[in-house]
Design a protein around this ligand. Structure first.
Ligand code: 8YV
Length: 312
């Protein structure tokens, strides 16, 4: 018999097809009356396949007394209350590693796009300014600059590899110093002070909420750039917007925002920011690999085997 699971959102097409094939899927995202939906499925649901930022907390878990596993599509589990899951003995899994290279590509692309202003210079050409006004103004070289990585984990290390290939120097801050050949800074302010480009790769959640504040941005300074491929919550967004408007930092490359998909309109007017719609891991290949891992965790759990990538 197929296990009953809830799908919280519309995921990658291939992943959805496999989930629907192997499990008895109940689609919360398309239910017209969510309360009624939860009531109907409560007696049978044993799994939750989560996608995206929908919060999964103790109140939701309590509505599903048979819930055994939450299998998240994505490495970041900040939308899931892990303590609440732990207390209830519910397993939580994520999809680490399979997206490292892809997210690191996005991170490096944002460094290059932000320093070299490639999107802006492309817009300049398309607007016909090249012939009318002459060459695009000079920009900043990445090589020789210091990339400060806030959160040198699995993704951070792959970003470091790429940045080294561009001739950048690496420093980092983590809660704990690691055995890596890069200088360690004891806190985000010191890292920002010692960096030309500050790269945010920390997990989201309450511990990192608004870690990038005015003090960190002041330390980064008017010649410094911020790149965020982690979570919008890690940055104090209104402060960042003001610092970009007032040119208190040189520029920013952002793949993530505090209230996705809503981006404060002030960002749209900035010429010193490159903005991406959370595409860090968004390739066909990587999304398939993430979906495969999400499904394999569910498959194993319901076959009575240990899951592959357990968070809680
Ligand atoms: C995805 C991500 O955009 O893995 C993560 O934590 O942020 C991204 O890879 C997200 O998981 C899509 O739901």
């Amino acid at each position: 018999m197929k296990a009953d699971i809830i799908l919280t959102a519309q995921g990658h097409a291939g992943t959805m097809a496999t989930l629907r094939n192997e499990f008895a899927c109940h689609e919360l995202f398309s239910a017209p009356d969510k309360k009624q939906f939860m009531k109907n499925v409560a007696p049978i649901v044993r799994g939750l396949a989560t996608f995206g930022p929908m919060p999964v907390d103790g109140a939701l878990m309590d509505q599903l007394p048979k819930l055994e596993i939450i299998s998240n599509f994505g490495v970041g589990v900040d939308a899931i209350n892990l303590e609440d899951a732990k207390k209830r003995g519910i397993i939580v899994t994520n999809t680490p590693d399979v997206l490292n290279e892809c997210v690191a590509d996005t991170a490096l692309a944002l460094v290059l796009m932000t320093l070299r202003q490639f999107p802006q210079s492309e817009r300049y050409l398309r607007a016909g300014h090249w012939a009318a006004r002459g060459p695009y103004p000079l920009t900043a070289t990445a090589g020789g600059k210091t990339l400060g990585i806030l959160g040198l984990g699995r993704i951070g290390e792959v970003i470091a590899k790429r940045a080294l290939a561009c001739g950048m120097k690496i420093r980092y801050h983590n809660r704990r110093q690691k055995d890596v050949p890069f200088p360690y800074d004891p806190d985000p302010v010191t890292l920002a002070k010692n960096s030309d480009v500050l790269m945010v790769v920390t997990p989201g959640g309450p511990e990192t909420n608004r870690l990038i504040n005015d003090k960190v941005l002041d330390a980064l300074g008017p010649q410094g750039y911020l790149v965020n491929i982690a979570r919008g919550s890690v940055v104090d967004e209104p402060v960042l917007l003001r610092y970009l408007q007032e040119k208190k930092i040189a520029g920013a490359g952002l793949d993530v925002f505090a209230d996705e998909p809503r981006v404060p309109s002030g960002f749209f007017d900035l010429e010193n920011a490159v903005l991406l719609p959370h595409v860090g891991s968004a390739t066909v290949e990587t999304r398939k690999a993430m979906g495969d891992l999400q499904i394999e965790n569910l498959r194993r759990h319901f076959a009575g085997q240990p899951v592959l990538t357990r968070v809680v």
